[in-house]
Design a protein around this ligand. Sequence first.
Ligand code: ARG
Ligand code: ASP
Length: 718
Amino acid sequence: MGKFRSVLAAGMLLPALFVFTQKPASADEGMWLPSLIGERIDDMQEKGFRLGAEDIYSINQASLKDAVVLFGRGCTGEIISPEGLLLTNHHCGYAQIQKHSSVEHDYLRDGFWAMTRDEELPNEGLTVSFLERMDDVTGRILEGCTQSMTERQRDSVIKANSEIIIGEATAGGKGLRATVEAMYYGNQYFLFLYREYSDIRLVGAPPSSIGKFGGDTDNWIWPRHTGDFSIFRIYADKENNPAPYSPDNVPYSPRKFFRISLDGVHDGDFTFIYGFPGSTREYIMSEEVRYISEISDPMKIALRTQRLGIQKKYMDMSQDIRIRYSSKNANVANAWKKWQGESGGIRRLGTVRAKQEYERRFSEWAEGTEYENVISSLDSLYGELEPYKYASECYAESTGTVELCNFAWKIAGMAASAYEDTSGKSQFPAELAKAARDFYQDYYLPVDRESFVSVMNSFARDMDGKSEPEYFRECIARYGSVENWADSLFHNSIFTDSTTVLSLEAADTAVVRKDPAFAFAAGFRKWHDSEILPACRRLDGEIRLMYRKYMRGQMEFEPERDFYPDANLTLRVAYGKVCGYSPANGILYEPVSTLEGIMEKDNPEIYDYNIPQRLRDIHAGKDYGRWAVTDANGNSTVPVCFLATNHTSGGNSGSPVINADGNLIGINFDRVWEGTMSDIVFDPDYCRNISLDIRYVLFIIDKVAGAGHLLDEMVLVE
Ligand code: ARG
Ligand code: ASP
C-alpha cells in the first residue's frame, strides 16, 4: 500500500489497482442552502470533507462563499487571486468574447490574452454579485397573509412586505442588491443580500478550438475534452466598493479567494460544488412530468432541429456568418440536446409511473386530512392547462423566433417614446442606434427567412385543429402559402435595411406600425396575450397554490426524507464524489479524460475539432512541464476533464469544484446528457456533472497562451 500511495502522489490519474465504482454508495442528490449547511455537515464529513460548516458559510468571518459569485444573470464564477481574478466558463463569457470579436480580431477563433492590466477589456452590462448574507424572513414576509386569501391577494401582500425588507437591507451600502426568494413553493422565504460589481474586464480566453473544443457535437457528452474556461477581473473604486467602469478603478481585493490544489482528481474523491443552479422541479406531480417528457420536449426538439439545420448550412458557408450566429446557435443547440436527455431519462426511469404510484400512496395516506384532494385537484388543473401551455410553448419556439419581427417589435416600442429635440425635430431615443447596431451585427437575412418558412409550416401542423390565431388564418388565406408570406414580408419590411431604420424619426411611427414584420409580431402577440396567456397565468397560480400544500403534505407523508428546495438561482452547495458511469449495457465510462483524448479527436478538417498547432507541438514533444501526470498506462499526459456525482443544474456553469480541504480542483461546466432529467428526477446511476480539471486550465494558460504571469497571482498548493 505504501508504494501504491507514492504512485498516487506522483500524479497517477487512474491507478490500475483502483476498483471502478459504478454506483455511489448512497445517492448524492440535493442542492442545499449554505446557511443551513450545518444540517448536512456530518454527512459531508462522513463522505470525506475535512472542513466545517463555518468554512462554507459564515457571516462572522471570511468563508468560501465570499469567493463565489453569480456571474452575469445565469452563471457562476470564483475568485482565484487576491487581485480579483475570476474564473468562469468559456461559454459563460462567450457573449463578451464575441462582442469584442470581428473578422480582423477573431477572439472566438484565436483566443484573447491581456498581457498587461491595460489590455484587459471592459464589458458593458456585465456584473458579478457576491452574497453578503441570507436570512430566513418567512415570518415577516407572510405578515398579513390569511388562509382565505386568493393567490393574487397573497402575492401582493408578499410583494409589499418584500419591498420593505429589501429597502431596509440595501439602505446605505454601495452596490447592494437584494431579493426575496420563495422556497418550497412559498412555504419558506429567504432574503438574499448581494454586493454587485459592474466593472468586470476580460483577461483571457482560449481559442474556441480549446474553450469550445468538440462544439455542439460534444456538448452534454462524455468522454469530454472541452477547455471550457475564461478569465475576468473585477475592478472596484479606491475603497474596494462597486463602481461603474472607470480607468481609475483598481483590481478588487476579495475577502476570500480559492487556493488551487495540484493534487489531482481520483476515482471516489470527495467533491463539493458551490454555485447558483437556476431551476429544478423535483416535487412536481406525474401529469406535469408526462407533459414535459411526452409532449413539450418532443415538440420543442423538432422545431429546433429545423432551425439548427438551417443555421448550420449558412454558418458552414462563411466565417462572417459563423461569427454572427455562433452565440445564437449555441443557445438553441444547448437546450435542444438537454431536452433529448431529459425526456429519454424520464422514459427510462419510468418516472411518470413511479410518480403515479407515489401519488396513489400519498392520496391513501391523505384521506381525511387537509391534503385529501390535492392530487385530484392538481390532476384536473393540469387537464385544463395543457392546451394553453402547449399553444404558448409552440408560439415561443416558432413565431417567437423570427428575428426580424422581434426586432421590429422592439423598435416599435421605442417609437412610443420618440420625442422632439431642442430644434423641434422629432427623434427616436438614442437606444435606437444601439439596438440597430446589436441587431445587424449578428443578423443574416437568408437564415431568418428560411427559418421563418420552416417554423411557420410546423406551426400550421402543430396547431392544426387547436386554437389557431385569427391572424395566422388571415395571412395564410391572403398569401396562399407560408413561402409567399415570407417573400412578401422579407421583401417589403423596412427593417431589412439598416440605413432606413437608423434614419427613423418620430413622424415615422405610423410607418413602423404598418410594417409587415411588426404586424407579424403584433398579430401573434395579440393572440397569445389575450387568448392564451391569461388562462396560463390563472391556472399556473392555482397550481402553485396547490403545490404549496402538496409540498407540505409530502414533507408530512415522508418525515424521514431530506427535502431540499428546488433551485431558483440562489447559492447552493452540492456534494458527491468523482465517479464514472455506465451509459448503456456493456459500456463503462472512466471518470477522467486526458490530452490523449484530444489528440484522438483532433481533425483539421472539422472546425470544432481543429486544435491549435501549438497544442499539437506540445503533445508531440511531451513538453508538459510541471503539468505532466502519468496515466493508467504509464504514459505522460495532461488531465482534462472529470465526472462526479454532484447534483447541478443550468447556472452551475463556472462553479468551483472543491476538494475535501476546500481547495479548487476544477470548474463545473456541464452534465452528461443521459442525466439531464436531474432537473426533475435524480438518478444516481446516470446523473453526472462534468468539470474541467484545474490543472488543464493552468497548463493552457502557462504553456499554450504564454500568459504564465497570471499564475503568479494565484496560490497553488501541492
Ligand atoms: N451544456 C452546457 C450548459 O448547459 C454548456 C453549454 C455551452 N453551449 C453550447 N452550445 N455548447 O450550459
Ligand atoms: N452547462 C450548464 C450551465 O451553463 C450546466 C448544466 O446544465 O449542467 O449552467
